[in-house]
Design a protein around this ligand. Structure first.
Ligand code: F6R
Length: 590
């Protein structure tokens, strides 16, 4: 979703702004813009409803004064107001003194707009963010100091914000955050603020994550805050982690990265599983039931993890779609496992905010500096590294592995699994990277053989039983996202209770075969009705990638051919597989 960059640099800011905006593209956006101070003291504001490439072209064509060393930039994912140049950020006040980029939602924007219009302000756009410019304009008439004017203006706002304000006459930049992530960094090449470390990882070794309510000026000596400076965090992602490195798209690269990412993660966690240390080190109270809270792919990973807790530990597990968490009844001694690769998903954050104090919240995230990691009682990273493709691939695999490792460790710690059994699971985990690698090789050979036949199919069914069901769900979700075709998943036994009516000659049915004995009868039911069955399972299947016996986390290898199938079909249909329509990587609105 929306991305922010602001900088004061040693050399022209525009180079940094455009590079950073390019790195933010993966979050999904429908317009982009920059405001840059020029050497003649004015601010050039360039915006587009096209890609960053178009913004770059507008910069090249700029015939005004040379660009200076101060600027702000933004990628917008429309929520309030249509996709148009006037609604693209940066926004400005009546005088043109203020250029502002904003992520978040100003809940009282309508009331503020009415009041500001009545007092003579002229609005240029229909977005909520613009009210902040006019509030700052009024405050500057009172104090003439940008930092004070921004601080005073924010008092009038309800809602959430990460924002950067550039003042034309002084070239000062003030940034602020409340319930929306923003980090600041002082580096040898200049000062930066960004909504996402990926944007600036190239230039940054250490950064600070702003706390709720912080208002900070970017100055040559670093950032001057109005409160205590939050702790420095170390940047562990490098910019070349987010390069294509010869791949045609990020999804292809990230699918291929899965075996190595799994191997790295397993090396990190394996030593703490059979002795219960991985769990004990989190310092959380023992739990008697697990509640998984997540959205989309992360929820699918949560189903795998919760099923494992049920089957291995005999503990109850429930699953909550984060956007529907309100009103959930939480029993005592519940561990809430909040899973989010970004750690910034608004639905998850809102649900966590309303947890009862009796419940411990454990975050499983790919971003240790995320709001979720900071709000939870403890967090575990899934350590997948940067994932740029909007459709989650390697983060899913790493969430499953990290979650399974942690839960086995927890079950050892509370004597629900014997250490000897846990050691067997560790051995299973250690074999996983090779199995994922083999799945990649087999799927790349087998999937193209079925893709052509499937490209005219209007809809798809994915089915599985037991530990295969969450993987069927993930396969269907990937297919929907990348092909824009209908795809539904079902526990295979459910088909005869209604969905079987959807099956006709040629209907594709993808079967996640975990060797559950009753699955054969369900496959026979759809075959008898003419379904085109693609069985992802053990040897002898259409795509034989599943190892036997199936591990406690189910047939994780099966997800790879389904990712490859979704990508291949998406490409065959002419879609952008890294940026599926209407979707964003980091979903920061409820
Ligand atoms: C699907 C996908 C989404 C996310 C969901 C939650 O490929 O990526 O379904 O899983 O939006 O996002 P996070 O994990 O960031 O909370």
């Amino acid at each position: 979703m929306c991305g922010i960059i602001a900088c004061r640099t040693e050399s022209p800011a525009i180079d940094y702004l455009l590079t950073a905006l390019g790195r933010l593209e993966y979050r999904g956006y429908d317009s982009a813009g920059v405001a840059v101070q020029t050497v003649d003291g004015t601010v050039a504001r360039l915006r587009t409803v096209d890609r960053i490439g178009a913004l770059r072209a507008a910069v090249t064509a700029w015939a005004g004064g040379h660009f200076g060393n101060v600027g702000v930039g933004h990628t917008r994912w429309a929520t309030h107001g249509s996709v148009s140049v006037v609604n693209a950020h940066p926004h400005t006040d009546c005088s043109g003194q203020i250029s502002l980029v904003h992520n978040g939602i100003i809940e009282n924007a309508d009331d503020l707009r009415t009041a500001l219009t009545a007092s003579g302000h002229e609005f240029h756009s229909s977005v909520d963010s613009e009210v902040i410019c006019h509030l700052i304009e009024d405050q500057l008439k009172i104090s003439a100091d940008l930092l004070e004017a921004v601080q005073a203006s924010l008092l009038a706002l309800d809602g959430s914000w990460a924002l950067a304000v550039l003042e034309e006459c002084s070239g000062r930049i003030v940034v602020a955050a409340r319930r929306s992530p923003l980090l600041v960094a002082h580096t040898p090449v200049g000062q930066f603020a960004a909504s996402d470390i990926t944007a600036i990882a190239e230039w940054v070794d250490e950064f600070r994550v702003l706390e709720d309510g912080d208002v900070v000026e970017l100055t040559d000596s670093g950032d001057s805050a109005d409160g205590a400076a939050p702790a420095l965090a170390r940047c562990v992602w490098r910019s070349n982690d987010s390069e294509l490195s010869g791949y045609v798209d990020y999804m292809a690269k990230e699918i291929d990265e899965q075996p190595a990412a799994a191997a790295r993660l397993i090396d990190e966690v394996a030593g703490g599983i059979a002795n219960g240390k991985l769990w004990a080190d989190l310092g959380l109270a023992p739990f008697e039931r697990l509640q998984v809270l997540a959205c989309g792919t992360s929820l699918n990973a949560g189903h795998v993890i919760g099923n494992l807790v049920r089957r291995l530990g005999g503990l109850p597990a429930s699953f909550i779609v984060a956007s529907e968490a309100a009103g959930e009844i939480v029993e005592p001694h519940t561990l809430c496992l909040a899973i989010s690769q970004s750690g910034e998903t608004a639905d998850v954050l809102a649900a966590v905010e309303h947890r009862t104090p009796a419940e411990s919240v454990l975050a499983l995230t790919n971003n240790s500096h995320s709001t979720l990691a900071r709000r939870a009682d403890a967090y575990l990273t899934c350590a997948a590294g940067p994932e740029i493709g909007v459709a989650a691939t390697k983060t899913f695999v790493c969430q499953v592995i990290a979650g399974a490792a942690l839960m086995i460790s927890a079950l050892v710690a509370v004597d629900r699994i014997a250490a000897a059994d846990a050691r067997t699971f560790v051995d299973d985990l250690r074999r996983l990277p090779d199995q994922l690698d083999a799945a990649c090789v087999i799927a790349k050979y087998e999937v193209p053989r079925v893709t052509e036949e499937l490209s005219s199919a209007a809809g798809f069914i994915f089915m599985g039983r037991g530990s295969g069901v969450p993987y069927a769900a993930e396969g269907a979700l990937k297919l929907k996202e990348l092909t824009y075709r209908w795809a539904e998943h079902y526990p295979a036994g459910e088909l005869k209770h209604g969905p079987l009516a959807l099956i006709g000659p040629g209907t594709p049915v993808v079967v996640v075969d975990n060797a559950e004995p009753r699955l054969a009868a369900n496959v026979a039911e759809v075959t008898a009705r003419g379904a085109l069955v693609i069985r992802i399972g053990p040897a002898g299947s259409t795509i034989p990638v599943v190892t036997h016996p199936v591990a406690p986390w189910g047939p994780l290898e099966s997800v790879i051919p389904m990712q490859i199938l979704a990508r291949s079909l998406g490409l065959a249909l002419g879609w952008d597989v890294d940026k599926p329509r209407n979707l964003a990587k980091s979903v920061t609105v409820e």
